[in-house]
Write a protein that binds this ligand. Structure first.
Ligand code: CP3
Length: 358
């Protein structure tokens, strides 16, 4: 295969880790669990390390990015690390003027609204991803058999920030653009797919054992628009690592109507948010796709018996699918008590694995 000689997936320890077993349709001894946004503000050790360093500068400091990636693995005993970075890192290293404003999110100095704006976008040079490669290599050297998940933003979610110039609720501007100027939309989505694809590929080549494409805002699209204007670009982004044979997870929020289309983009597993029971997600996917999810992040702050009853329900739903990676339905809220996450990992690991006959 095309994976480098010393890649973790060439070692039995990582290949047989619970995450890889679940993502490839095998039955692990314990259910794999990790949390979106496990690296970050819920951890005091993160806040103290980040003091005085801007978010995107932290992402481009290989030693800091590696350390932040490892913090939740040490603390919680999760079954995977998620690489500490951001969906806007590839556009930043390509040369786009983007900042992450604390409490707000990614903001562009010059929103990309016209065909001319799109044509003027800088092309990502491969060498600009070197700090990412170095951070990933440092991380996997410390992780042992625990797999590292690489990630990128899906073209729609990335383009939504670029067109809006910042976070928005309804993503009206990108959704208008795909109809009002389909050629400009296509060029922008292709740029985002190339850039996110290169970011994914750099992480896998440097040692990531699985990838996740985040289409966090795809839930604002109709299925018709998703299929007509988005699906082929997400397929291209996931296609950038197709020859490397790493499992690919595709996640979005509010995507109950899009799950099958998201699988069709080339995903081995589909991430489900907290709105849709896993049983129903499994039904919509024809019972043939590995699921990831979908503990409601709001319940992390509920009394322990309420949380664990909800988690039992999530596990029951996941057991119906051909594989289940336990996760939240969206990211860890910043105010979460980290001990709850640690306890939750222990709780999930303690539940006996009895896969229901399908
Ligand atoms: O643990 C992890 O998941 C690690 C890495 C990670 C970050 N962002 C770090 C981060 C990942 C996988 C992301 C993905 C990301 N970034 C997405 C997709 C996932 C999702 O949540 O839907 C999106 C939409 C973004 C864009 C973005 N970056 C937002 C909306 C924000 C929050 C802004 C805020 O301050 O509330 C960011 C900043 C960001 N990305 C932080 C972290 C740890 C917080 C920055 C800080 O600590 O100062």
């Amino acid at each position: 295969g095309a994976l480098p000689e010393r890649h973790p997936l060439r070692a039995a320890g990582t290949m047989d880790a619970p995450l890889l077993q679940a993502l490839t349709g095998r039955t692990p001894d314990r259910r794999p669990v990790w949390f979106m946004r496990q690296a970050g503000r819920s951890l005091p050790e993160y806040r103290s390390l980040r003091q005085g360093t801007a978010m995107l500068d932290a992402c481009l400091d290989p030693a800091m990015a590696a350390e932040i990636t490892l913090q939740p693995v040490r603390r919680h005993d999760v079954d995977a690390a998620i690489f500490f970075s951001d969906i806007v890192v590839p556009m930043r290293v390509a040369g786009v003027d983007v900042e992450i404003v604390p409490g707000r999110g990614p903001v562009l100095e010059h929103p990309v609204r016209t065909a001319a704006d799109v044509a003027a976008l800088p092309e990502l040079a491969d060498a600009a991803l070197d700090p990412i490669r170095e951070a990933v290599a440092r991380t996997v050297a410390e992780l042992g058999a625990t797999p590292l998940i690489g990630f990128a933003g899906a073209p729609f979610t990335v383009a939504a920030y670029m067109v809006e110039g910042g976070p928005s609720r309804d993503h009206l501007l990108p959704r208008t653009m795909m109809h009002a100027d389909p050629a400009a939309w296509r060029a922008l989505a292709e740029w985002a797919a190339r850039t996110s694809g290169a970011f994914l590929r750099a992480q896998v080549e440097a040692g990531a054992s699985a990838v996740q494409l985040f289409d966090s805002w795809a839930g604002s699209l109709s299925l018709t628009d998703y299929r007509a204007h988005v699906l082929e670009h997400s397929t291209a982004a996931l296609g950038a690592v197709a020859d490397l044979a790493v499992p690919r997870v595709h996640f979005g929020t509010g995507t109950g109507e899009l799950l099958a289309a998201m699988r069709d983009a080339g995903a081995d597993a589909v991430g489900v948010d907290y709105r849709l029971p896993l049983e129903e997600a499994n039904r919509r996917l024809g019972g043939r796709t590995v699921l990831q999810g979908n503990i409601d992040p709001a319940l992390l702050a509920a009394p322990w018996p309420v949380l664990t009853e909800h988690v039992r329900e999530v596990l029951r739903g996941g057991d119906r699918a051909p594989g289940h990676v336990v996760n939240l339905g969206h990211g860890v809220p910043p105010g979460t008590d980290p001990q709850v996450l640690t306890d939750l990992v222990g709780f999930v690991h303690d539940q006996p694995v009895e896969r229901a006959p399908r």
